[in-house]
Design a protein around this ligand. Structure first.
Ligand code: SRM
Ligand code: SF4
Length: 588
């Protein structure tokens, strides 16, 4: 049974004759008795409409109705409140200072200069003057008040970008390697990220009705998703070896470009990656994706659609924290999953082709591509485009956008690439960078350039510890250690998040810090430098002083005993500091 829509009428039914029912796992259908509340919200929402419009019109509160909290995510919006102000407002008997984070869907992170200017202008008008580049190549506007939501979203759409499916239980922004050094291959791969993104987009007209005053349509079919959409978020990325800057192994669905004789011939297919876990719950874990085969170009959309459909039909809808594809795969077994996929798509994948990654970080500074076009990668700490005393990034980038004729590309490591710069604009851009003190990564250590932190406080409702606001200071201290042991040139990957959800992919850091409580972190060690092996818990719930005390002897011995070109992640495994993690199930 491979029907297109899962309806409420079918509730309480478990499909007995699923096409490839070769395991104990059975296809899941909506069941209000056992399924999580979110499933019911989705079913009742009339394809994501819910009561969003009345919620927006309600002037009594700055928030939206409870059920709409979940639904607005599918429209690219999160309700948040400023956690720095929460206690004070509570004391004053005020409701939290609600505002909204809006995320644009922007496959491959590419925007024209014109689009960038318009997005920055929206930030000036409706936020406190900042944009944020995310770890999945998207833009975020933080702090938009409810009264301005519709206008801001309409403004984003006016730039020919949108926010639909930037969040929610659907396929989200499709990532792709952003730096066009092999221009022809790169642009072909980028086109695929757009095609996959479009193909897997929800078809509901709710978005247009609510945000763009589109014509009301009585019902909408969702040919791929059905009315319960997916059990959980779903993420897709495409990598072009030797660069794994998209961290393809952290995605539910990954494609690795295979190039022969300078021609893109297809992709290796990866499934089941993800980072999220919960402290103290060993049934949750990060996982790196498995390579399950090779598909030709003409098979890409079929593969993507059917991986989504298998997850739609077999993902866990009872317990949301077990609902990602990685858990579906571990329940089915990778062979069981492959059989279901092949049966859904009607063909088998060929054997995977060999490929090799060198690293998962960014490359900074100027680059000339094979077509003699110039590209410049900037270092932007945690993707925060905001003017500060040290650097006027927000104003500077806007000034550059006024003269730059090419694109702005977001890297999956929250940096910005000014792309396709005309030869004659190079000097002007360099002088604007100097004027506004924007870095191109010339003076920072490789460890700082590779470091990654998630948003965390004050906007993230799930943060347990600081990340973005703390990392720069913390890196000063780590750099002092690196300097002491003559390791300043080592590009060790250090990643920090405010909680174990893993938004800066900390479990793929050679050194990972995951927030446990205010000022306290779990320390993980031993991920690979190429992003294909998870790290392992080394110390739990430690403060800065203890962290530095723990790191010092390790860095000291790395400096003395490492083998030629041995990465820090590999070193701590070879010297038995931590055990090698083969995948999610032996992470704990
Ligand atoms: Fe994330 C939830 C920010 C990339 C795993 N993530 C959140 C929320 C929306 C908190 C919430 O649910 O209320 C955060 C909003 C903070 C804020 O104020 O902006 C948030 N995630 C981010 C961003 C902005 C971090 C950043 O510093 O750039 C990234 C936006 C990406 C985008 O453009 O779509 C971001 N999140 C990731 C990644 C990295 C990736 O996808 O490569 C992961 C790990 C990979 C994965 O999905 O497994 C990630 N975010 C999560 C999870 C855990 C999901 C899970 O399977 O358990 C949550 C919590 C949840 O979904 O319940 C979460
Ligand atoms: Fe928030 Fe946790 Fe994601 Fe950081 S990792 S942005 S603290 S959900």
């Amino acid at each position: 049974m491979n029907e297109e829509n899962i309806t409420v009428e079918n509730k309480l039914k478990t499909v007995e004759n699923s096409p490839t029912d070769n395991s104990d796992v059975q296809q899941v259908q909506y069941d209000p008795q056992t399924h999580s509340e979110v499933e019911t919200i989705k079913v009742k929402s009339d394809y994501l409409r819910g009561t969003i419009t009345p919620s927006l019109q309600n002037e009594v509160t700055g928030a939206v109705a409870d059920d709409d909290l979940m639904l607005i995510k599918f429209h690219g919006i999160y309700q948040q409140d400023d956690r720095d102000l929460r206690n004070e407002r509570r004391k004053q008997m005020l409701e939290p200072l609600y505002s909204f984070m809006i995320r644009a869907r922007i496959p491959g992170g590419v925007a024209t200069s014109e689009q960038y200017q318009q997005m920055a202008q929206l930030a000036t008008k409706y936020t406190s003057g900042s944009l944020r580049l995310t770890t999945r190549q998207a833009y975020q506007w933080h702090g938009v008040f409810k009264r301005n939501l519709k206008t801001t979203i309409a403004g984003i759409n006016a730039t020919m970008l949108d926010t639909i499916a930037a969040c929610g239980d659907v396929n989200r922004n499709v990532m792709s390697n952003p730096l066009p050094e092999a221009s022809a291959i790169h642009s072909e791969v980028y086109e695929w990220s757009k095609k996959i993104s479009e193909h897997l987009l929800p078809k509901t007209k709710a978005y247009h009705e609510i945000w763009l005053d589109g014509e009301k349509v009585s019902s909408t079919q969702e040919p791929i998703y059905g009315e319960t959409y997916l059990p959980r978020k779903f993420k897709t990325a495409i990598a072009i070896p030797p660069y794994n800057d998209v961290d393809v192994y952290a995605n539910d669905l990954g494609f690795v470009a295979i190039v022969e004789d300078n021609k893109l011939i297809g992709f290796n297919v990866l499934v089941g990656g993800g980072m999220g876990s919960s402290h103290g719950d060993n049934t949750t874990y990060p996982r790196v994706a498995d390579v399950i085969g090779f598909c030709k170009l003409e098979q890409v959309l079929d593969v993507a659609e059917n991986v989504v459909k298998v997850q739609r039909d077999f993902g866990n809808r009872v317990v949301r924290k077990h609902a990602r594809l990685k858990y579906t795969i571990d329940r089915l077994g990778i062979e069981g999953f492959k059989q279901k996929l092949f049966s859904y798509q009607g063909f088998e994948l060929a054997a995977a082709k060999p490929f090799k990654f060198e690293h998962n970080a960014d490359r900074y500074g100027w680059m000339l591509d094979e077509n003699n076009h110039w590209h410049l990668t900037l270092y932007i700490h945690s993707g925060r485009i905001i003017d500060s005393e040290d650097s006027k990034i927000f104003t500077g980038l806007l000034e550059i956008a006024k003269i730059h004729q090419g694109e702005f590309r977001i890297s999956p490591n929250q940096n910005m690439i000014i792309s396709n710069i005309k030869f004659e604009d190079r000097e002007k851009i360099e002088s604007l960078l100097a004027e506004y003190k924007i870095s191109i990564g010339k003076y920072e250590t490789p460890a700082r350039l590779n470091s990654l932190a998630c948003v965390a406080f004050p906007t993230c409702s799930l943060a347990m510890a600081e990340a973005e606001r703390y990392l720069p200071d913390f890196m000063n201290k780590v750099e002092a250690l690196l300097h002491r042991y003559e390791l300043s040139k080592q590009p060790i990957n250090i990643r920090m998040t405010g909680c174990p959800n893993g938004c800066a992919r900390p479990f793929l850091g050679e050194i990972g810090f995951v927030g446990k409580g205010p000022g306290k972190y779990n320390l993980y060690l031993g991920a690979s430098h190429t992003g294909d092996r998870l790290n392992k818990l080394y110390r739990e719930n430690i403060d800065e002083k203890t962290i530095l005390n723990e790191l010092e002897p390790l860095l000291k011995s790395y400096a003395k005993e490492r083998e030629t070109d041995e990465s820090f992640g590999d070193f701590v495994i070879r010297t038995d500091v931590v055990k090698r993690v083969s995948n999610g199930l032996d992470f704990h």
